[in-house]
Ligand binder design. Structure first.
Ligand code: 6LW
Length: 500
């Protein structure tokens, strides 16, 4: 029996805004990639030795020659739904940039990078591209819809015209997120359908050839939480992987809504794991649990993430993401040693080209603090869902203010004089105390640290307005630092989880 038997394993396995997971295994190592939308660098890459503990090892698209997101890019546009595969000694990553460029392919020998420059795929239509190779070495690219085209992955050239291979369950909307696999004697085509909201689900079909025809599973959907009051919702967009012991697993996206009807989810779509059984040649997936059965092999937790980032390294850690771009002119750790310097472009976080650097909120309850020097500008600490939905605490030489932007409304909720010298700004995210019909998911309390270290609260806001049910879109909350005017410097940033 493995030494870790009985240890609790929490789902989601990659918490926070990490949607559209795609997984592959190489020997004893597993890798996952996720969508990143309007954030740069793009496509976070995770590694695991046990399938349940994941460590971010980089971002696949981390230089402008791989990813350029225009300043006018709307929230939730940009990088959608990658597929990660390992073939012929290399990693292959296929993805859509809906901001321009369409579908493209990247390769790497190490999943941590560096990844190649993009190989454009002008003949591949639509979104959610998948890659699979058959026994002859033919590469099949399958996209949402569900259509398929043969591809020369070394040049990006398509061979023949795309043709429809399946439309999913009759009447179900949005057949998307296809993944094609050879498993035993069949080719399986796994898709998501029902839309990425509460109706989300996973369906599968099989055939004897990679290009079909495909026979749908008589038990579709093989996974959905639609129409239930389970704590985990929107289950879909899945990918399959087999462990070295022969067991099968599914990574998928799902959300954790909280509060009264309809329930608000604030962390975006997160990556969950579910065990898969095979019955009569079809996969069977039960309810996706909040706590996973301990796998039949030793657990291998990665290093604990430090609470504080002191900005002492010359490059930012891979967890930090910027809105749309990260030019050294506007974001650097090289200007003041041990500090992160941000230089503003617009004059608030509402501008699409706002200078913001944050990390995903990954816990339902947490605290973030940062020490800012705002002598030469105005900036602060923000909880950001999208350009039109964010709360922030902002410091300038004269004042500290708490601001809220919700859709077309913008208001200043509280203000006080700025203490002398650099000031510590903070936000505490607390789960709502009960789950009554009118309760929101959580509350966000903003404040400043007094010289004696106590937290002076300035304002508390209902978290439901920073949820996907209110804002729409595909992202989740990101907590971070921004510059609204002039130049501001940040000495450190703390992110402290409070439970899961
Ligand atoms: C993605 C689609 C989806 O392309 O949402 O949940 C879209 N599934 O497959 C953006 O994440």
């Amino acid at each position: 029996m493995p030494e870790n038997q009985g240890a609790a394993v929490r789902n989601p396995v990659i918490p926070g805004f990490h949607p559209d997971p795609s997984v592959c295994r190489v020997g004893d190592d597993y890798y996952v990639v996720c969508s990143s939308f309007e954030y740069f660098p793009g496509i976070p890459v995770f590694h695991s030795r046990d399938l349940v503990h994941w460590t971010q090892i980089g971002n696949a698209l981390d230089r402008p020659s791989q990813l350029r997101l225009p300043p006018e890019l709307p929230s939730s546009a940009g990088i959608y739904a990658p597929t990660l595969r390992h073939h012929d000694g290399r990693f292959w990553l296929i993805v859509t940039n809906v901001a321009g460029g369409g579908n493209m392919l990247f390769t790497a020998t190490d999943a941590a990078g560096p990844w190649s420059d993009p190989i454009p795929l002008p003949g591949v239509p639509g979104i959610d591209p998948d890659l699979a190779w058959d026994e002859d070495g033919t590469c099949w690219c399958t996209v949402a819809g569900v259509s398929q085209v043969r591809l020369d992955p070394s040049t990006g050239e398509t061979l023949g015209e795309p043709h429809k291979v399946w439309s999913g369950t009759p009447g179900a909307m949005a057949p998307e997120a296809p993944h094609l696999y050879r498993i035993g004697e069949y080719w399986y085509l796994l898709i998501a359908e029902g839309g990425t909201e509460r109706g989300h689900g996973v369906a599968i079909a099989r055939g004897s050839s990679p290009s079909g025809p495909f026979e749908p599973c008589p038990h579709n959907p093989v996974l959905t939480h639609r129409g239930t009051n389970r704590p985990i919702q929107n289950t879909g967009h899945a990918d399959l992987v087999q462990a070295p012991d022969g067991s099968w697993w599914m990574v998928l996206l799902a959300v954790r809504p909280r509060g009264g009807t309809p329930g608000w989810h604030v962390l975006g779509r997160e990556t969950f794991l579910a065990p898969v059984e095979w019955v009569d040649g079809w996969p069977v997936v039960g309810e996706v649990p909040s706590e996973l059965p301990t796998p039949a092999w030793p657990l291998a937790p990665g290093p604990a993430e430090p609470v504080r980032d002191d900005f002492d390294l010359s490059d930012l850690r891979p967890q930090w993401v910027s809105l749309r771009d990260r030019s050294p002119e506007h974001c650097t750790t090289k200007e003041r040693s041990g500090w992160l310097t941000l230089r503003a472009r617009g004059d608030s976080l509402d501008e699409p080209d706002a200078v913001f650097v944050g990390r995903r909120q990954q816990h339902l309850a947490c605290e973030a603090r940062t020490r800012i020097d705002a002598e030469q500008g105005r900036g602060g600490l923000a909880v950001h869902l999208d350009d039109r939905h964010h709360y922030e605490i902002e410091a300038s030489a004269g004042q500290v203010r708490v601001l809220a932007r919700v859709g077309p409304l913008r208001s200043v909720l509280a203000s006080r004089p700025t203490p002398a010298g650099p000031v510590v700004l903070g936000v505490r995210v607390s789960k709502a105390p009960d789950q009554g019909p009118r309760t929101g998911p959580d509350t966000l309390t903003f404040g400043v640290e007094e010289p004696d270290g106590t937290f002076a609260e300035l304002g508390t806001l209902d978290g439901r307005y920073l949820s996907t049910e209110v804002a729409g879109g595909f992202t989740g909350r990101v907590i971070g630092m921004y510059a609204a005017a002039g130049t501001v410097h940040f000495d450190w940033f703390d992110y402290t989880p409070q439970g899961s």
